[in-house]
Design a protein around this ligand. Structure first.
Ligand SMILES: C[S@@+](CC[C@H](N)C(=O)[O-])C[C@H]1O[C@@H](n2cnc3c(N)ncnc32)[C@H](O)[C@@H]1O
Length: 274
C-alpha cells in the first residue's frame, strides 16, 4: 500500500468539511456532475470515483441514478468520511468505499466502469501521468467515459509545489496563521476586482458544493502537486485511445495566487491502447 504519511492530510480536511454538507451543497454537486458528464441521468450505470474525498460526488452520482458506485481514496479518513456521508444521505445500498490507491486498483478489481470520475486527484499522487493511465484503463471500452479534473499549468506552478511541500508538513498551529493570511489576500484580490468578498464566500457552495475555507486549506496543502496543460492531456489521452468529448478550461493566468482545475470528459474508443 502507498505511504500516505508523505501526503497532505486531505482526509482530515474532508472530515471537517463534511459537517457542512447539506441539501444545498448536495444539489450543487448533483448539478455540477450532470454538467461535466453532459447528462442528467446515470440510470443503470456503474461509477468509479477515484480519490473520493468527502464522498459528496459519489453521493451525487447515486442521486443521478447510478446503479453502482465504487469510491476509493488513499486516505483512510477520506474513506471513513465517504462511508458516513453515503450512509446518511442515500437509501441506495449499491455502493462501496475502499481505502485503495489508484495505483493499487488493478490488484483490487478487474471490473470496467461506465463512468470513471477523478476530480482534482491524479495530480496529487506523485506520479500524475502513470495515475491517469492507470485510472483510464478502468473505463469500459467503446461506451465508457473518463471524467477528470487536473490543475492547469501556470508559470508559478513550481513555486506552489514547493510551498505545498512545506505547508503540508507544518504543524496546524503554524498552518492556521498562514491560511488566514492567504485567505485574506485572496478575498482582498476579489474585492479589488470589484466583487463583494462576502457574497463570494456565501455563494461558494455553488462550485460543486465546496466551501471557500476548506478549499483554501486544500490548495495551500495539496502535496504532492503536479499540473498539466490541456494540450498535454489531450495528446496523452489520444494515444491511450480516448477522444475528447468536452473540456472546461480556466482562462490563462500567471498563477501568482494559485491555479484552477481544467475539467475533461473523454470517451474511450477501444481497449487496445492501454
Ligand atoms: C483534492 S481532493 C479531491 C476529492 C474529491 N474528488 C473532490 O472532488 O471533492 C484529492 C483526494 O485524492 C486523494 N488521493 C491522493 N492520492 C491518491 C491516490 N494515489 N489514490 C487515490 N486517492 C488519492 C486524497 O486523499 C484526497 O482525498
Amino acid at each position: 500500500m502507498t505511504d500516505v504519511s508523505t501526503h497532505f492530510a486531505f482526509g482530515e480536511n474532508w472530515r471537517n468539511y463534511s459537517a457542512t454538507i447539506d441539501e444545498q451543497r448536495i444539489g450543487s454537486a448533483v448539478e455540477d456532475l450532470a454538467r461535466l458528464l453532459g447528462t442528467n441521468s446515470l440510470k443503470g450505470l456503474s461509477f468509479l470515483d477515484i480519490g473520493c474525498g468527502s464522498g459528496l460526488h459519489s453521493l451525487a452520482a447515486l442521486r443521478l441514478g447510478a446503479q453502482k458506485v465504487f469510491a476509493v481514496d488513499i486516505d483512510p479518513i477520506s474513506v471513513e468520511t465517504c462511508n458516513n456521508v453515503l450512509s446518511q444521505s442515500t437509501t441506495s445500498r449499491e455502493w462501496e468505499c475502499s481505502v485503495t490507491s489508484v495505483f493499487d486498483l488493478p490488484a483490487k478489481t478487474d471490473q470496467r466502469f461506465d463512468i470513471v470520475y477523478s476530480w482534482g486527484v491524479l495530480h496529487h499522487t506523485g506520479d500524475m501521468w502513470r495515475a491517469i493511465k492507470t485510472a483510464a484503463a478502468f473505463t469500459k471500452a467503446n461506451t465508457g467515459v473518463f471524467a477528470l479534473a487536473l490543475y492547469k499549468k501556470t508559470p508559478f506552478c513550481r513555486l506552489w509545489a514547493i510551498e505545498k511541500r512545506i505547508y503540508s508538513h507544518l504543524p496546524s498551529v503554524l498552518q492556521r496563521p498562514l491560511l488566514a493570511v492567504f485567505s485574506l489576500a485572496e478575498l482582498s484580490r476579489i474585492g479589488l476586482r470589484g466583487n463583494n468578498p462576502m457574497s463570494y464566500v456565501k455563494n461558494y457552495p455553488r462550485k460543486r458544493g465546496m466551501s471557500f475555507w476548506y478549499d483554501e486549506h486544500d490548495w495551500l496543502g495539496g502535496h504532492p502537486y503536479e499540473s498539466s496543460s490541456p494540450e498535454e492531456v489531450k495528446s496523452f489521452m489520444t494515444e491511450l485511445g480516448f477522444d475528447l468529448a468536452q473540456a472546461f478550461v480556466p482562462k490563462a493566468s500567471l498563477g501568482l495566487s494559485g491555479t484552477s482545475c481544467a475539467e475533461y470528459l473523454f470517451t474511450r474508443r477501444s481497449a487496445a491502447a492501454i
